[in-house]
Design a protein around this ligand. Sequence first.
Ligand SMILES: Cc1cc2nc3c(=O)[nH]c(=O)nc-3n(C[C@H](O)[C@H](O)[C@H](O)COP(=O)(O)O)c2cc1C
Length: 461
Amino acid sequence: MTLDSVVDSPIVEQDKTIGNESVSVSVSATASASASVSDSGKLQGRKFYESLGKPTKIVAPMVDGSELAWRIISRKYGAELCYSPMMHSRLFATDEKYRNNFFGPQDGDIESDRPLIVQFCANDPEYLLKAAKFVEDRCDAVDINFGCPQGIAKKGHYGSFLMDDWDLVSSLISKLHNNLKIPVTAKIRVFDDWEKSLKYAKICLNAGAQFLTVHGRTRDMKGQKTGFANWELLKYLRDNLPKDTVFFSNGNILYPDDINRCISNIGCDAVMSAEGNLCNPGVFWTKTQDKDLQFPRVDKFVREYFEIAKNCKGIESKRCFKTHLFKCLKTFFNHHPEIRLKLASLHKGSTWDEIEEVVKVIEETVESIFEKTENIDELDDIKIGELESWGGSYKQVAYWRLQPHFRKVDGVEGKDVIKQSIKEVEKSAEKNLKRKASDDDDDNQLRSVDDSKKVALSTVL
Ligand SMILES: Cc1cc2nc3c(=O)[nH]c(=O)nc-3n(C[C@H](O)[C@H](O)[C@H](O)COP(=O)(O)O)c2cc1C
């Protein structure tokens, strides 16, 4: 069977009996990616998503970023599903030390670390399966990283460099789909070509991916060229994949408000955040407008995070502590470079007591700001800017609170990046509108592209 026939295989309705319950399920003619329950009895697709409590806010897989302690604190601030950092499947399968270092005794703990999806990079289905077997009783699903654009992924032939090898992508997913007790999911990037992106997404789903996370950037969009994730393209994919697909959007989340805006604009099930979450786990707090939860004070947050990390078993939570503080206290450190230096002086062998000394300095500094500043209430207020054309507003947040950072792109910073990027997305919308118009006269199609143009205007970096 060719991959083209997999892509084009029809999704058909079937009746299936699960226990005493008869359910109607969608089954691809070639794989049961959209079914509710596989032949082996594991939950799939939407049923599986529902069994996790229909999470809408997701901590992205992040090397040196989404380790145990960070997942725990992120859940406190509203995250409903977390991905582990990417691990190398061959090393995980063959090297016990690597395995124990990167997946410690408390990782996947049923009380404190669920729901959890463990992510691997891979290019060999056998190693991938072997690695996944080690974690299948300690997480809810296994994800395959098809998005990593780094040089190391190019050298190792994994991540986004498999975008050119759809046979391998398909065989990696189906290996886990057919042999693992728990579901397999996939995280992909997009192509410039929307139709090709859609075909690629279908390859993943038809091979057995139960959730599809789409990062709305292409493989070239990294480092200085990171730019702007294309929500419009994400909406196009969402609209054109089978309705029942569990679809997560990734890219462009700065503030808690962006989460619901993303869900309603794209029609996705959930939103995944990496950079936004690293700068401020409060980005996931959408239940109330409580500023202490949406933009936590650095002193309170650092103490809370320290207590969690100190009590995490395994070495990763300690190893990553410093990196996290550099990231989420970036704005604070611009005002207190002397504390940044103290943090920098910590090293691999530093004890928790030594680390706590830095935590105490941060606490004393912020407490003294609150004691000594006369108009502190006014200064501590979150000021919401005007409604921008992208559909949200910039917020002015005091430097002693966690907040998003704007990445420099080609030397351009902050709001200017957003304005430039919006122009690019609008251009892309025009291009695809024209292509659609010539390819296809179908009124509905044109309407959907037209609608998605509005999304372009309401997107942030
Ligand atoms: C520090 C860091 C580490 C990352 N590591 C991974 C990883 O292990 N696996 C993965 O699929 N993506 C990884 N990514 C990419 C993110 O998961 C995400 O797709 C990307 O940052 C876009 O989301 P954002 O706009 O919310 O940052 C990483 C990103 C960052 C910033």
